[in-house]
Design a protein around this ligand. Sequence first.
Ligand SMILES: Cc1cc2nc3c(=O)[nH]c(=O)nc-3n(C[C@H](O)[C@H](O)[C@H](O)COP(=O)(O)OP(=O)(O)OC[C@H]3O[C@@H](n4cnc5c(N)ncnc54)[C@H](O)[C@@H]3O)c2cc1C
Length: 375
Amino acid sequence: MPSRDGFPALMVKLNEPLKPYTTFKVGGPASVFIPARSPDEVGRAVTFEANEKLPLFTLGGGSNILVSDRGFAGKVVHPLFKGICLVREDAESVTLEVNAGESWDDVVHYAVEKGWWGIENLSHIPGQAGAALVQNIGAYGQEVSEVVQSARVVEIATGNDRVLSAADCGFGYRRSIFNTTARGQLIIVGLTLRLAKQGGPQLAYPDVRAYFQKCETNQPSLGEIRQAIISIRDRKFPFPREEQGGNAGSFFKNLSLLETEYVALRDMIRRNFSPHELGRLEELRNRFPSADRIKIPTAFLIEICGLKGQRIGGAQVNETQPLVLLNMGGATAQDVLTLARHVRRTVYQRTGVTIAIEPELVGFSGEELADFNNL
Ligand SMILES: Cc1cc2nc3c(=O)[nH]c(=O)nc-3n(C[C@H](O)[C@H](O)[C@H](O)COP(=O)(O)OP(=O)(O)OC[C@H]3O[C@@H](n4cnc5c(N)ncnc54)[C@H](O)[C@@H]3O)c2cc1C
């Protein structure tokens, strides 16, 4: 039904359970929940007030959040609008405009079908296209920031929209202005991506290289790369399915260390673990060479601390990829948080490393967050 100003009325739901909207399948309700069917509705939703001014949370596909058992005492805006549009094409590239509510993996599927390069290694990452910019999704040697041209955003304070260039987005490893300096200030309603018509496969990542060595090919097609990534990922990152509990992908971030930090870690491993583990650390250091930072998989630290498979309530550290925490069925948010804290605390005590987490913690009190961060 249209509102008095001629626009369709906003859909506003009260006390909407958030659990079904998340891939972890845990968490309580949102006081106010507004599914937005267009960028214009996002603009109106941010300025909509029920009886009082409420904090706002933008919900995409819910694959990178942990919602508290009490839920979120505020307003949740959930972009629903989809669409991919070819807006420019030249001899080398195409530019696509994508709506925020589009499924990220459908964008990758579309590009691969069309024969456009640049995001094929980002296959099978759950969530919406808009949210892909928030933590600058990355996998198997590609990051979305490599192809982003711009983002269209709505300012939460005013409801006005504007366009940001890729440089304005401030991308870094699992980082952008959207989860740092401008966190909670902007809602992404659309993005443009520039993809290459001619490209070369990026097979440098060890798992991907090994996959194609087995198939005895080093010039796979785009479709073969997508299939390879899906099959590698499915072994490690259980794609959240209704009947299997849930997860939020990697709960912990990988390490990107300065030389001095690496030396401190090596000393701790020498002191607290066997020469075998020390040897594995040195090997990992050389496995992901990078000019300025040393990349060490956090999974290695979790594994040597004996945390694989550990369980608290209904939450468990995944055996095959210990960066992932699993809801084995019936887990509460408190189970997941307590397990995550146990992992962080144990790794800190035995290696001196503070591991950062990827998902946003939604609806937890200041006290709960302080307790979680107290190692
Ligand atoms: C099985 C699995 C595998 C995964 N693998 C990877 C991986 O390989 N690499 C990787 O980088 N990530 C991975 N993830 C994490 C996750 O899929 C991505 O971070 C994804 O981009 C989150 O999208 P979403 O729509 O689900 O966002 P949500 O979980 O809904 O939200 C995440 C954050 O983004 C904000 N947000 C959401 N939409 C918007 C918007 N339109 N504007 C502004 N802010 C917004 C939210 O407020 C929140 O802070 C994985 C997750 C799962 C469950």
